[in-house]
Design a protein around this ligand. Structure first.
Ligand code: NOJ
Length: 719
């Protein structure tokens, strides 16, 4: 449709019809039967009203959505098609590794490919919009939703945000095989206090802007078509009714012009937060704050009309929101083809197709992180191996945001080993406690693979933990096995870094498998047996204990920094019982080969705005196996008008080197990479001294110094 036609359509719509476009309901409102029961009654709706609303949440399947669309268009007075939105987070039918794993690939291009495949499947199943990517910065693994995040770093999250949006939407999400993307949760949901889900946040404006908003900004710049609000407060105002956050920061400053949707029930929750009086007040506040769609609360549905009629809400706000929704429908091409890509034939062809299974496996190869290896890995097929733990044959490791996968298609760890290594001597004890026979088997094994951690029931939304150590049963299992056999390879599944200092110390090898997706256990088996060389790097630090949280490699200088010693020192900033640093930091991950880094060289030592410095290293695969390496760049601003982080991640290049091969890796340093929110909250760089490091993790000391010069007079005049 042309813009003028959209405008004419809007003009022709009644107020109640417009308001219905601003409402989103879940699939439970569209039952098979004609009974007038359930949510429709609870929401005080007429039987037919759900068929006139603007968008539906969580429904999927080509035929079902075509039928539903027919009915929606029949009952909507102007035959406006509905939008079908769903949480297709790390896969529709084929599950890919959960985002926390994807983050650990340190490979945004891989994320783009994954999202392209996810979009292909979702589009064939009739979905128009996916509620992904979730780009919340996560530094506190008490929060169960870490699994949906790509981790603790603003820069890395921003790169993943862009690549995921591109993967879903392509250059035009109206095209076949693409879906519109909705970035969430705006904003700073990952900063919920004490890691408790749905809690409030308390963070400075500087932290909000410099750390938490970076990834949303990147998604907006990449053209994301929707944004979802967060459940939490910012500055003690619920995000969904926070006018400053949405109108000023998101729309005015970031330039977002798309559709803003509340999270589930969040408009109404401003009442329980205690900042809105009642449904009417909540509706008014959310609308004025710029929230276009009310997902699953009754506020807009029953309150907006009264507010407009009473002159308490400007109808132009409703019109503005409706126009954005119509524009999204138009961009998806729904006015011409209301089913978009929904096709049962395409579902047959693309859902869980071989190509996607293969990608799920290859992706997991890059996401799994080897954290420790005292020479026990890779395994050889002649060794006697015992695999212990119920998670070794659990399909619930697919992850909690793989809602539409068929769990029976998930390959378990046991299945993968049996299928790929039929000749290996592997026995399975699929229990978290050991009987006598189990103890014997463990005693007589050359290696014990102990599978511990979490599955869908213990990680994800609303799965916060006050103590992130392993559950008691698993700790006891570890101790029992350790009594009998010291050659333990611990494999962790789960969606967050756990506090496992003893397990890490006592295991001979340790692998974080995350939630690896439908075919990820093939990758895990191949890593264990050495067919695949691991290359994952942690995108979230592993703390020593819960008390260290939140933790990140992005520490700041204190007035009393701890000198580089291993013991406690009174009256400096340190703990009496644990180090300041994490057990395994951001960027850390081992390989079966050895990557040697040359010293960093710079093409010059100083530069000014408009110029660049090129920093390079030569990386050599000096080991005995081909492998991939995420070469990482960190920068420190040595002094600023405000306290600056001790190092910040600023670049990565993932390279593949055959054994013996070497390659020069270069990073261009430009002035814009050095900007931050200064003492006046202006986003600028400050001339002065910097250090950069290039290496294999955030611990690297392979550094060089450079200087950003003040702008020359001519440059200032140009400005
Ligand atoms: C609540 C979750 O917070 C959000 O991430 C999700 O997209 C919505 N529910 C819809 O399912």
């Amino acid at each position: 449709m042309e813009q003028i036609e959209l405008e004419n359509l809007l003009k022709d719509m009644s107020l109640s019809e417009k308001i219905e476009q601003l409402v989103q309901l879940h699939g439970g409102f569209y039952g098979e039967t004609d009974n007038y029961t359930g949510p429709v009654v609870d929401f005080h709706m007429t039987k037919e009203q759900p068929y006139r609303i603007g968008s539906i949440l969580g429904e999927h399947g080509a035929q079902k959505l075509k039928d539903l669309q027919d009915r929606m268009m029949e009952l909507q007075p102007h035959h406006i098609p509905a939008l079908f939105m769903a949480d297709v987070i790390h896969g529709y039918r084929t599950a890919f590794p959960a985002p926390i794993g994807i983050g650990s690939s340190f490979h945004p291009e891989l994320a783009e490919k994954i999202c392209e495949a996810v979009a292909r499947e979702a589009a064939a199943a009739g979905v128009h919009v996916t509620f992904s990517p979730m780009v919340d910065l996560a530094c506190d693994s008490r929060w169960g939703r870490c699994m949906e995040s790509t981790g603790e770093d603003p820069w890395l999250n921003a790169r993943f945000a862009e690549s995921m949006v591109r993967g879903f939407q392509g250059d035009d999400y109206g095209k076949k095989g693409r879906v519109a993307s909705c970035v969430k949760h705006f904003a700073a949901y990952g900063a919920v206090q004490s890691g408790r889900d749905y809690n409030v946040t308390e963070l400075s404006e500087r932290t909000l802007f410099e750390d938490y908003l970076v990834s949303y900004r990147a998604a907006v710049s990449a053209g994301v078509s929707m944004v979802m609000t967060a459940f939490n407060t910012i500055n003690r105002i619920p995000c969904t009714t926070n006018k400053w956050l949405m109108r000023k920061v998101l729309r005015e400053d970031m330039g977002f012009t798309g559709v803003l949707i509340s999270d589930y029930g969040a408009v109404g929750e401003s009442i329980t937060h205690g900042s809105s009086e009642d449904l009417r007040d909540a509706a008014k506040k959310a609308m004025e704050a710029g929230c276009d769609i009310d997902m699953m609360s009754e506020c807009y549905l029953h309150q907006l009309e009264g507010l407009v009629r009473a002159g308490e809400l400007d109808e132009s706000l409703v019109d503005e929101a409706v126009m954005r929704i119509l524009a999204l429908k138009n961009q998806l091409g729904l006015f011409e083809n209301p089913y978009k890509d929904a096709s049962t034939e395409d579902e047959e062809k693309v859902l869980f197709c071989e190509e996607h299974q293969e990608l799920s496996r290859r992706a997991a190869e890059e996401c799994i992180v080897l954290l420790k290896n005292e020479g026990v890995l890779p395994l050889t097929e002649d060794r006697k191996v015992v695999v212990v733990g119920s998670l070794a044959d659990d399909r619930e490791i697919t992850g909690s945001w793989a809602l539409f996968v068929k769990k029976e298609q998930t390959v378990t760890f046991k299945q993968a080993i049996k299928e790929l290594y039929p000749g290996a001597h592997v026995e399975f004890i699929l229990s978290d406690s050991l009987d006598e026979a189990g103890v014997d088997a463990v005693k007589n094994a050359d290696r014990v693979i102990l599978v511990l951690g979490e599955n869908q029931s213990t990680t994800g939304e609303s799965k916060s933990l006050a103590d992130i150590s392993l559950p008691r049963e698993q700790r006891e299992l570890f101790d029992r096995v350790y009594e009998e056999n010291k050659n333990i390879v611990t494999v962790l599944f789960g969606g967050r870094p756990l506090a496992i200092p003893e397990v890490a110390e006592k295991s001979a090898a340790l692998i974080e498998g995350w939630l690896p997706g439908s075919c990820g256990c093939y990758a895990l088996a191949d890593i264990l047996f050495g067919r695949v060389n691991p290359s994952g790097k942690l995108s979230m630090s592993f703390p020593h204990c819960t008390g260290q949280l939140p933790i990140s490699y992005r520490q700041f200088s204190t007035g009393r920094p701890k000198p580089p010693v291993d013991h406690y020192i009174p009256f400096v900033s340190n703990y009496m019982d644990v180090p300041n640093t994490p057990l395994y930091p951001f960027g850390y991950g081992l390989s079966y080969t050895v990557f040697e880094y040359s010293e960093v060289t710079l093409d010059k030592n100083s530069f000014s705005k408009g110029e660049k410095i090129t920093a390079s290293v030569v990386v050599k695969n000096a080991g005995r196996m081909d492998g991939m390496e995420a070469v990482q760049l960190y920068i420190r601003d040595m002094k600023g008008s405000v306290v600056r982080p001790l190092r910040e991640f600023k670049g990565v290049e993932k390279i593949f080197l055959k054994k013996g091969e070497e390659r020069e890796v270069r990073f261009d340093i430009t002035e814009d990479m050095l900007r931050f929110y200064d003492i006046n909250m202006d986003f600028v760089s400050e001339p002065g001294d910097f250090t950069l490091w290039i290496g294999d993790s955030s611990l690297t000391e392979n550094g060089a110094k450079f200087r950003l010069l003040p702008q020359r007079q001519e440059q200032l005049q140009e400005v």
